[in-house]
Design a protein around this ligand. Structure first.
Ligand code: COD
Length: 298
């Protein structure tokens, strides 16, 4: 497993990956900074869809060099999304990236039945964190797309993230299914789902990973915590993927890691016909850059 998000850069440069990226609603300085950095390194060729005047003002103010990039002038956000998603749908671009547009607006475009990017039965969001206090990168899913996943949805969410980490060279990622406690409580749906997911993995109904749950957050990320509670688990303290019970828990954890723990993060949507860079509007330039790298590897 990679220890740092910057390790992804070396892997991409070594493999000479270059993808055309469509940025939806491009008048966003954080996104342009990240796209510019990736463009200068030859990782992407950008198509900037948005208010061209505002986009160029940001480019000039920051002395970015976008020579050779394609601009599409459109000020309406929904139309920008439609153009960007359609470019990916039609194969003119390989990656979609969210710029200064609300997440639901972008996701509704992605899910459009005619020109959208549906492929697998469920698309899900995956965030990969570099936290100083943890010994490797750790995935968190789903913090931004599926609001209240049921058991069936959680199976898809696990499969999407496991398939991605398998591709990144981790043959059996360790998945911790989070609850408030590590015991099954019939009044806590998250613990029931967790127990079922664990059993499904044991019976090989969910493959290419090791699942354990319910685990409380401390047991999932700390071997000592698990030992203290006498929990015997192949996942506890060595988790690769934290499966969230719902979007509220996921989003609060995501923002706590970024704001309190100063963690670095890269975020994408998995399960679509093309990778989608989907970061929060408050994420840093660096986070958006790492997300482009994560998408390039997808
Ligand atoms: N994968 C595949 N298909 C989906 C998914 C998914 N994750 N979600 C919905 N669909 C399909 C449904 O099966 C249905 O066919 C169609 O899309 C419409 O479903 P609705 O009515 O549930 O979906 P929408 O269009 O109203 O909303 C979908 C969103 C993804 C926009 C919605 O779930 C949402 O707003 N999610 C949270 C986004 C958000 O605010 N994130 C903020 C965090 S920063």
């Amino acid at each position: 497993m990679f220890k740092k998000l910057s390790d992804l850069e070396q892997l991409i440069i070594k493999n000479s990956l270059c993808r055309t990226l469509a940025l939806a609603v491009s008048q966003d300085s954080n996104s342009l900074d990240a796209v510019h950095r990736a463009y200068q390194l030859g990782i992407i060729k950008p198509i900037l869809i948005g208010d061209e005047k505002l986009t160029k003002e940001i480019i000039e103010a920051n002395n970015y060099d976008f020579t050779g990039a394609r601009f599409i002038d459109e000020s309406d956000h929904e139309k920008c999304v439609k153009i960007a998603v359609s470019l990916v749908h039609d194969g003119e671009a390989h990656t979609l990236m969210k710029g200064k547009v609300a997440t639901p607006v972008l996701l509704k475009g992605v899910l459009n039945r005619e020109w959208g990017l549906r492929k697998s039965s469920l698309l899900s969001h995956f965030a990969l964190f570099e936290v100083n206090t943890y010994h490797k990168l750790i995935g968190v899913t789903d913090v931004a797309m599926n609001i209240a996943p049921n058991l069936k949805d959680k199976i898809h969410i696990v499969n999407n993230s496991v398939a991605y980490l398998n591709k990144m060279g981790i043959p059996k990622p360790k998945v911790a299914v989070l609850g408030a406690i590590e015991m099954v409580n019939e009044n806590m749906q998250a613990t029931l789902d967790a127990a079922l997911l664990s059993k499904m993995q044991q019976r090989d109904q969910i493959k290419n990973c090791i699942i354990d749950g319910p685990l409380a957050f401390d047991n999932a990320v700390s071997f000592e915590s698990a030992k203290h509670k006498n929990i015997k688990s192949a996942v506890a303290g060595d988790t690769d993927i934290l499966l969230m019970p719902d979007i509220e828990v996921g989003n609060v954890l995501y923002k706590s890691l970024v704001f309190f723990a100063k963690a670095k993060v890269a975020s994408i949507v998995l399960g679509a016909s093309a990778p989608i860079v989907l970061t929060s509007r408050s994420d840093s330039d660096e986070s958006k850059y790492y997300s482009i790298l994560l998408a390039a590897l997808a």
